[in-house]
Design a protein around this ligand. Structure first.
Ligand SMILES: [Fe+2]
Length: 487
């Protein structure tokens, strides 16, 4: 089993006894049953379990090697259709050499300094040994998100999705997430196999579950995991919970700030997209056979919507998976290490992909990554980004996260750290900052056409001037207050 864990960690098993049960939960199952019917759901269950036999055999046999690895040069040249379809099919991939190693080494040094200089005011997770740092605005993170190579890659990955209604969806948005500096030799059990982008909301939100209609209709092979139109209005964060991101990330990602190989606190992926998510969605509708010997035979499971149990599902948490609750996935054999990463490489996985973080870090040095996602421009994502920009300018944690403000931190440079000029600023939300200005900018070319004036150009200039003045003024004011507080 190349790439599979030699010892399966003592991650929790999710059983009915330890489940979160609420009398309203069966209502979601009943609603789906009423819409699609027991027959279609059962047909899908059988088809998906059958398909899993070959999926799991392939992954158990080939392991890590099924994860596509490409070089950033390919992205720069433009990906071939064949490459794109390979990436879409697998739903995860490594892109090597996105940022030059020397550049990243410098970034990592800067990050360590930023942390050392402000340590007393930096929170993190897990509580006992915090290494996922509640930092969002260090120059290193801002640069990792806005480096021209990173933005080009994000745009390319967004465009692996498709939409008929959002013409500019591939424009990347710089969703701000935390950063990790994981020291060696400290086990971490906090992130077993799970899927982000909500949990119960996949069934509870009528829009979200519609994105999986083919799976519920008995046509799981026709499920399109890249249909943005079906998904961009889904409420991932329907239920409150710090684990849920408000934005839809086309792909979640890590940009490696240090080298890290398997066994060095790296990432594990279940490198299948369509079959695993289909199984996960259907699993709550079926009750396992009494006889444990029959568990792997899907025909022995019975259709049941009278239970409130959604295995591995907690409203406030990401969607969890375990061996006993999701036996057909053969997690022990199919959660595989990603390839060894070098500083400047990046790994990406689809919003519906199961992943976990290695319990052990047996390497010698820090294993550090910046969480940089590919976030498409959808109305909801842009709404979040407008608020995120205000948080950025104030130096406080973005809406999806908590943490102390960074404005008075030594090393804070604010938006001066943004790379890639206007493109980087747009991704950070600057063009989205004012709806009025945005509307003026949008209307200006039309007005210009009818009036003969170059209002579009004027509006652009005005927009930029106002933006720069307001940003710098606001930062100066906030810095003043921060220094008054400290004194
Ligand atoms: Fe995750």
């Amino acid at each position: 089993m190349p790439g599979a864990l030699k010892v399966w960690p003592s991650w929790p098993e999710f059983t009915l006894k330890t489940a979160e049960l609420d009398p309203s939960y069966r209502g979601y199952k009943k609603a789906i049953e009423a819409e699609y019917g027991a027959e279609a759901l059962t047909a899908s269950w059988l088809a998906v379990c059958k398909k899993l036999e070959t999926v799991t055999d392939e992954i158990a046999d080939k392991g890590t090697s099924v994860i596509p690895v490409l070089d950033f040069a390919e992205v720069k040249e433009g990906l071939s259709e064949q490459r794109k379809s390979e990436m879409r099919d697998r739903g995860c991939f490594v892109v090597r050499g996105v940022i030059d190693k020397e550049v990243v080494d410098g970034w990592f040094g800067d990050l360590k300094q930023y942390v050392a200089d402000n340590r007393a005011d930096i929170g993190g997770w897990p509580k006992e040994t915090p290494f996922v740092l509640r930092l969002f605005w260090s120059p290193t993170q801002i640069k990792a998100r806005s480096h021209p190579h990173s933005l080009l890659l994000q745009r390319t990955l967004n465009s692996l999705w498709h939409s008929n209604t959002l013409p500019s969806f591939a424009q990347p948005l710089s969703y701000a997430d935390a950063v990790r500096i994981r020291p060696p030799k400290i086990p971490f059990f906090g992130l077993g196999p799970h899927i982000d982008a909500g949990s119960l909301s996949r069934w509870a939100d009528p829009t979200y579950r519609k994105a999986y209609a083919a799976i519920f209709e008995g046509r799981p092979h026709e499920h399109d995991a890249y249909d943005l139109d079906a998904r961009f209005e889904a409420k991932q964060a329907l239920f409150e919970g710090s684990a849920h991101s408000s934005v839809l990330r086309a792909f979640q990602g890590w940009t490696a700030l240090t080298d890290a190989g398997p066994g060095e606190g790296s990432l594990l992926l279940y490198p299948d997209l369509k079959t695993v998510i289909a199984y996960l969605l259907l699993r709550p509708f079926f009750k396992e056979p009494e006889n444990k010997a029959d568990v792997m035979d899907p025909t022995k499971w019975t259709f049941d919507t009278d239970s409130d149990w959604f295995p591995g599902t907690w409203q406030a948490d990401s969607q969890n998976l375990s061996e006993s609750s999701h036996p057909h996935l053969r997690l022990r054999e199919c959660m595989v290490n990603i390839p060894a990463m070098r500083a400047g490489d990046s790994i990406w996985w689809h919003a519906d992909m199961c992943h976990a973080v290695e319990v052990e870090h047996m390497g010698e040095g820090d294993s550090s990554v910046a969480y940089v996602a590919a976030t498409p421009s959808t109305p909801e994502n842009e709404r979040y980004m407008r608020a995120q920009l205000q948080d950025f300018l104030k130096g406080v944690a973005p809406g999806d996260y908590s943490g102390k403000g960074e404005l008075g931190f030594k090393g804070w440079v604010g938006d001066a750290a943004i790379l890639a000029g206007e493109e980087g600023r747009r991704a950070a939300g600057f063009e989205l900052r004012s709806m009025t200005l945005t509307m003026v900018s949008m209307l200006a070319p039309e007005l210009g056409y009818y009036t003969g004036f170059r209002l579009g150009f004027l509006s652009h200039v005005l927009n930029n001037i106002l933006e720069r003045i307001s940003v710098h003024a606001m930062q100066a004011i906030l810095r003043h207050f921060a220094s008054v507080r400290q004194n």
